[in-house]
Design a protein around this ligand. Sequence first.
Ligand SMILES: Cc1ncc(COP(=O)(O)O)c(C=O)c1O
Length: 433
Amino acid sequence: MSKSAELKARKSAAVAAGVSARGIYVAKAENSELWDVDGRRYIDFAAGIAVLNTGHRHPLVMEAVAAQAQQFAHTCFHVSPYESYVRLAERLNALAPGDFAKKTLFLNSGAEAIENAIKIARYYTKRSAVIAFSGGFHGRTLMTMALTGKVMPYKRGFGPFPAEIYHAEFPQPYRGVTTEQALADLDRLFHGDVDPKSVAAILIEPVQGEGGFNVAPADFLRALRRLCDEHGIVLIADEVQGGIARTGKMFSIEHSGVVPDLITTAKGLGGGFPLSGVTGRAAIMDAAHSGGLGGTYGGNPISIAAAHAVLDVIESEGLCARAATVGEKMRSRLLALARELPCIGDVRGLGAMVAFELVKDPKTREPDAELTASVLAHAERRGLILLSCGTSANVVRLLAPLTIPDAVLAEGLNILAASLKDAAGVESERAVA
Ligand SMILES: Cc1ncc(COP(=O)(O)O)c(C=O)c1O
């Protein structure tokens, strides 16, 4: 029995079944590659689900973490605060879009950042309703599950959910939902379900992650901004997956020119260490009373040290520009493959957040979840880690570290092409049989 198989059996016996895990048990990782406990090498196009924008174990991140560990590892910011937390808040306040005073709060996970953004928006507006979007994903806590617009695997069996949450259509041109239709749906919501004057926040991923890398059109985001201004609603951009240089700008919403009131960050911010944040208008961020926000570990010193190094690396290695280059290489390869393989129905994304949608028939656009799972399995056998996404589980997303060397990226894309052809071939043979 291989070590991986042995660990898989131990995992089944010891870990809660609801915690899914792939079969690759990691022994070590370096930049865009990892090796499993049986010595197999993999190219990592998952990056710990969009966390390792600066790659596995970036030397400067590791150095910063080691240096911080020599000083202190935990005090709780509420009890014995430290300068690095304040300085990271200053840096994010300066980086976030908007020519106004901003403030920041640090937490541990993406879900916790969303929870806090909603708490803050409710406190500030003295309203309770929140609008989120179909296909959106915001986390696995009770509030963020409720905000999520995808039932499986996130919501089934876990209700009841908190009240006063409404979902509107996310524009999705490939699936026939235009900006106009999505705005009409919001209008329907405002007339049929919830008074806009009761709405505390509109929460949106400028590029949906789990939902399938759907990019919110700039005119849609501009319309949301206008609606929020008109009705006194707080606009929250969930940048947990799309932020921190992934799309070619520090925050994905910057591509649209729209300035949100609050931004949530996590994943890439900590470079592999748990850290999240809410950054936004000082007047809104300051609404809650002292002691109303925070937590034991929020902004722990090790993660904060890692985040400073991450921001330094993004600047010194020009990772926003690199994201655009990596994304372009992925996109052009996928578009070439789409000309050969009719199962690739759509290629989309922003910067190095690139995905393709697999369909049974390019005309009907019927989602092909089976083929998607097969592509992932073929890629894994050939040494490439891929992730799927999309409400119909038929989208493959590419999230390589932005620091991936050109040669490794090319190798990964070659494996992807071969896996797609293998999987599509298997599918067509079976169809013939
Ligand atoms: C857009 C978005 N928001 C929130 C979350 C939740 O983050 P976490 O898993 O750190 O709680 C995720 C996680 O994938 C995400 O992609």
